[in-house]
Design a protein around this ligand. Structure first.
Ligand SMILES: [Zn+2]
Length: 471
């Protein structure tokens, strides 16, 4: 069947595809608990986005199913075996600074701009049209193919958890939600809180009391801002001088300012994705580094000491005693993303650890529990996603590699990443596109876009890939 001109088939349908995609992108499908209902557990708009796709599938003659608003699928073909293509209909919030409205898609210079253009509505619509091409050409398939649409990928992955509790697991599949050529390995994730209960009886005559320490909003981001408030009887002028000196020595930004009854210290860092904590500048760790030289109340001192002993200058788990690496995904990483401390209240640090394929999550946790226990802290709120690896010799990899090479003329390098994609919810699955090598990463950013030519190319690749896997 090599005579099928996949890209041409996409071009024949490109106007229709764009028309549907623009409508799909116009739905502000951001997680919204305030409008959540039984039909739409992640909010009205996410529910609407899922329904939009399912209605499209139904209109075009596919079998569809809405699995209680958590996820849904569009199915084609027949046979025992099932091939899965996993995309998501939810998007991250738009944020500020857009050139055109994030939910009113605009085309400029061959690029389609909108929140979700590349993550993941564009590729999801591409995969849908890929399926349509196979159906309209009447190509013989011996397996069923399901385009599975999740609704909570950007937040808590409750979608796929629920879906696979109620629906069958595909024998193999891919997710169009990362990079081409192919991502076959993803690190394991451990998110948790290092939690401490306040046991300090009362304020005594300390030079300085750590009244507040705050930084970060998301566990998978490097905090770019950290703030501490100190009260006490210490010398304010002297401490402000120390802050200035510290900032200069470290070559970083920040300030100290006096308010009515406290001194506020602010450090500015540099945000970065939590999978590469060493590439940002963690403002909280810098602030803790400074505060170590200040004489603080017992509990404040213990919190700051722990941060210094276990986290500062230790992005690869060295100080926690969990450093390890493999030749597939590289080093274990530790990102301390959220810090919350108030004098005489419970306090915590939220941490994201990403470990290599062979890593043992229990061993890692035990080690962290032991280390933090020395400071009277414990590990709570643990969220674990095991590492994911697909055997390079599996027919899935062979087929997708061949399709990619045939259509692009480029070698299909097998990639490994520290991030996490839907592929890990599959027993046998990989991430496959849509971002081509060398193209900028626009997901989660202002002015998110997908190049139309790339969208069409990806759709053609998906069409052939689905056909080859299901024939
Ligand atoms: Zn995505």
């Amino acid at each position: 069947m090599s005579q099928i001109q996949w890209l041409e088939e996409v071009y024949k349908r490109k106007d229709l595809m764009l028309e549907e995609l623009v409508k799909f992108l116009g739905i502000e499908s951001v997680l919204d608990d305030s409008t959540a209902s039984i039909r739409a557990p992640f909010g009205e708009k996410i529910g609407e986005a899922l329904e939009f796709m399912l209605a499209l599938g139904e209109k075009d003659g596919f079998r569809t199913r809405n699995v209680d608003g958590y996820a849904g699928h569009i199915e084609y073909g027949q046979g025992e075996e099932l091939v899965g293509v996993l995309a998501h209909v939810d998007v991250v919030p738009a944020g500020d600074g857009w050139t055109s409205h994030p939910f009113d898609p605009a085309i400029r210079d061959g690029k389609l701009y909108a929140r979700g253009a590349i993550d993941d509505k564009g590729p999801g619509m591409g995969a849908y049209f890929a399926l349509r091409i196979i159906k309209e050409l009447g190509l013989p398939v011996s397996k069923r193919i399901r385009l599975i649409l999740g609704c909570d990928e950007e937040s808590y992955w409750r979608c796929m958890k629920y879906y696979f509790e109620h629906e069958e697991m595909p024998g193999m599949g891919f997710t169009p939600d990362a990079d081409f050529p192919l991502i076959i390995a993803e690190k394991g994730f451990l998110d948790f809180k290092i939690f401490g209960e306040s046991d300090q009886p009362r304020l005594k005559g300390y030079e300085w009391v750590l009244d507040e320490f705050e930084a970060g909003q998301r566990v998978n981001m490097v905090p770019d801002y950290a703030m501490a408030k100190l009260t006490g009887s210490g010398d304010v002028f002297d401490l402000k001088m120390q802050v200035q000196e510290f900032l200069m020595n470290r070559g970083i930004q920040g300030f100290a300012e006096e308010a009515d009854d406290y001194l506020k210290i602010v450090i500015k860092g540099q945000s970065h994705h939590g999978s590469e904590p060493d590439k940002g500048l963690n403002a909280a760790l810098e602030l803790a580094r400074f505060l170590q030289s200040v004489e603080l109340d017992v509990e404040g001192a213990r919190y700051i000491q722990m941060i210094n002993d276990l986290l500062v200058d230790s992005f690869f788990g060295e100080k926690l005693g969990i450093a390890q690496e493999d030749d597939r995904v590289g080093k274990l990483t530790v990102n301390a993303g959220v810090f919350q401390y108030k004098h005489r209240e419970d306090h915590y640090i939220r941490v994201n650890v990403r470990y290599p394929i062979a890593g043992d999550s229990n061993e890692i946790l035990t080690e962290i529990e032991e280390k933090t226990a020395n400071y009277g802290m414990k590990v709570t709120d643990i969220d674990h996603k095991p590492a994911h690896f697909c055997d390079p010799n599996h027919p899935l990899i062979k087929t997708l590699s061949r399709v990619y090479e045939e259509q692009t003329g480029e070698k299909a390098e097998l990639l490994a990443i520290g991030g996490g994609t839907y592929a890990r919810t599959l027993d046998t699955g990989v991430a496959f596109g849509p971002t081509f090598p060398g193209k900028p990463e626009t997901a989660h950013q202002k002015d998110e876009f997908i190049e139309l030519e790339d969208l069409f190319k990806a759709t053609a690749i998906y069409a052939q890939a689905i056909y080859e896997l299901a024939k």
